[in-house]
Design a protein around this ligand. Structure first.
Ligand SMILES: *[C@@H]1O[C@H](CO)[C@@H](O)[C@H](O)[C@H]1NC(C)=O
Ligand SMILES: *[C@@H]1O[C@H](CO)[C@@H](O)[C@H](O)[C@H]1NC(C)=O
Ligand SMILES: *[C@@H]1O[C@H](CO)[C@@H](O)[C@H](O)[C@H]1NC(C)=O
Ligand SMILES: *[C@@H]1O[C@H](CO)[C@@H](O)[C@H](O)[C@H]1NC(C)=O
Length: 401
């Protein structure tokens, strides 16, 4: 714990020192030039240079004609690189004259005004991430200010490793981010994030505001990214940055699954009703969703899916209008494909016990037997990880797998 604190402070101090240096040098450069500049390798625990790591929107115009894929293949494969290079998102002024629109709360009006803007440019990309034999891609929704959560995840369940066993390969981790939602945070945090990404090379960032209603944008941007850069990855785990994950159990669970299956597993809600109480975070006005219940969906805190299904989901989601709740939206995309998400006891993304004071919330033997458990802050995550991987004697093995 204190060791971790010290490491964190050290890295923050280093980051700040670097920030000053970087600002002096980079004053005259645009953000993109800044991102593509390479730093001296002597600074900190930089890994080997990653030549393709920070290049955004490469154009292949210099390729000789023989390198180019035949047109028929290209038509069926979609773009080979992220093909959105400009932000062209204008407000839908058609809505402003409608009385039902004017009576909505401001954040719903904002959502509807920009609902038609679906794809944005990339600010940080890692096209190389799925190079080699990747078995499981772990992607984590995060926001620019939650550096400590990413740090804790890198030290625990997000650590990259090679899984042994037949047909296995690497486990790789990426964080999914938009831009800072507060204007005053933007410039400052953006440079720190670029530095963090240089150290770890694990950030995907798109040029849209990281707000609650824009989480659906994060979902579809990731699916499009996956289709372009990781078309062959067998399995994907997607989750929040405040959960506990047990990678060993994930791998054990996947051992007898095939990537070709329509595998979509998590904490599944059946017949959930849209919430109509205005003071609830998940409140949805009747004009936005008229049906009495949602299609089955898995809680966004953490779920597993097969790579092939994820690619088909990308195309299914493209046929739907965006919905402000990201996990419900993914349930709608699954419905388009006629695929049912599967519920599993080991995914506890909606809470463990109704009783918040329940001893289960602190019980390492319980965490050891689970795949995903929701809501742990960085210090709690590090502590629980230590307990679960220490000398733990559990009276009986909880059988969930
Ligand atoms: C932006 O969108 C508008 C309307 O949708 C279109 O007329 C214009 O050509 C677009 N501009 C660019 C640069 O794509
Ligand atoms: C606004 O209305 C016009 C005319 O009905 C339509 O063509 C256009 O697509 C609408 N704009 C948006 C952003 O939906
Ligand atoms: C989502 O992001 C876009 C682009 O930054 C922004 O224009 C829009 O207002 C955001 N929507 C919400 C609901 O925050
Ligand atoms: C775990 O147990 C072993 C042997 O019983 C002991 O040597 C070791 O120090 C223990 N580790 C911790 C972290 O308690």
């Amino acid at each position: 714990m204190s060791l971790w604190r010290r490491t964190l402070y050290k890295s923050l101090a280093l980051a700040l020192a670097l920030l000053v240096a970087v600002t002096v040098f980079q004053r005259s450069l645009t953000p993109n030039q800044f991102l593509q500049e390479s730093l001296p390798v002597t600074l900190g625990p930089l890994k080997a240079q990653k030549p393709s790591g920070h290049q955004v929107n490469l154009n292949n115009f210099w390729k000789s004609p023989s390198d180019v894929v035949t047109p028929t293949l290209e038509a069926s494969q979609g773009p080979q690189v992220w093909d959105v290079t400009t932000t062209n998102c204008s407000a839908n002024i058609n809505l402003t004259h409608q009385s039902w629109f004017q009576s909505l709360e401001p954040h719903f009006r904002q959502f509807l005004t920009y609902r038609h803007c679906r794809y944005f440019p990339m600010l940080l990309n890692h096209p190389e991430k799925c190079g080699g034999d990747v078995y499981l891609l772990v992607v984590v929704k995060s926001v620019i200010t939650q550096h400590d959560r990413r740090e804790a995840i890198r030290q625990t369940w997000g650590r990259e490793w090679e899984s042994a066993g037949r047909g296995r390969g690497a486990v790789r981790t990426l964080f999914l981010l938009g831009t800072a939602s507060k204007q005053e945070e933007r410039a400052h945090y953006q440079q720190l994030l670029a530095y963090e990404d240089r150290l770890y090379g694990d950030i995907l960032q798109w040029d849209f505001l990281d707000s609650f209603f824009n989480l659906t944008l994060k979902e579809i941007h990731f699916l499009k990214w996956l289709d372009i850069y990781c078309p062959n990855v067998p399995f994907i785990f997607k989750g929040d940055d405040d959960v506990f994950v047990n990678p060993t159990n994930l791998l054990e669970f996947l051992a007898d699954r095939r990537p070709q299956e329509n595998l979509f597993v998590g904490d599944v809600l059946q017949h959930a009703r849209p919430i109509r109480r205005k003071d609830n975070k998940y409140y949805i006005p009747a004009v936005l969703y008229t049906k009495p219940s949602y299609p089955p969906y898995a809680g966004g805190g953490g779920f597993l899916m097969a790579g092939g299904l994820a690619r088909r989901l990308h195309h299914a989601c493209d046929t739907l209008e965006l919905y402000p709740i990201d996990d419900v939206f993914l349930g709608m995309c699954l419905e388009v494909l006629g695929v049912q998400p599967t519920g599993h006891e080991g995914f506890k993304t909606f809470g463990i016990s109704r009783n918040r004071a329940s001893r289960m919330n602190k019980e390492p033997c319980f965490f050891r037997s689970m795949l995903v458990v929701h809501k742990l802050l960085p210090a709690e995550l590090l502590a629980m990880w230590g307990l679960v991987h220490g000398n733990l004697t559990c009276s009986r093995k909880l059988q969930v797998l």
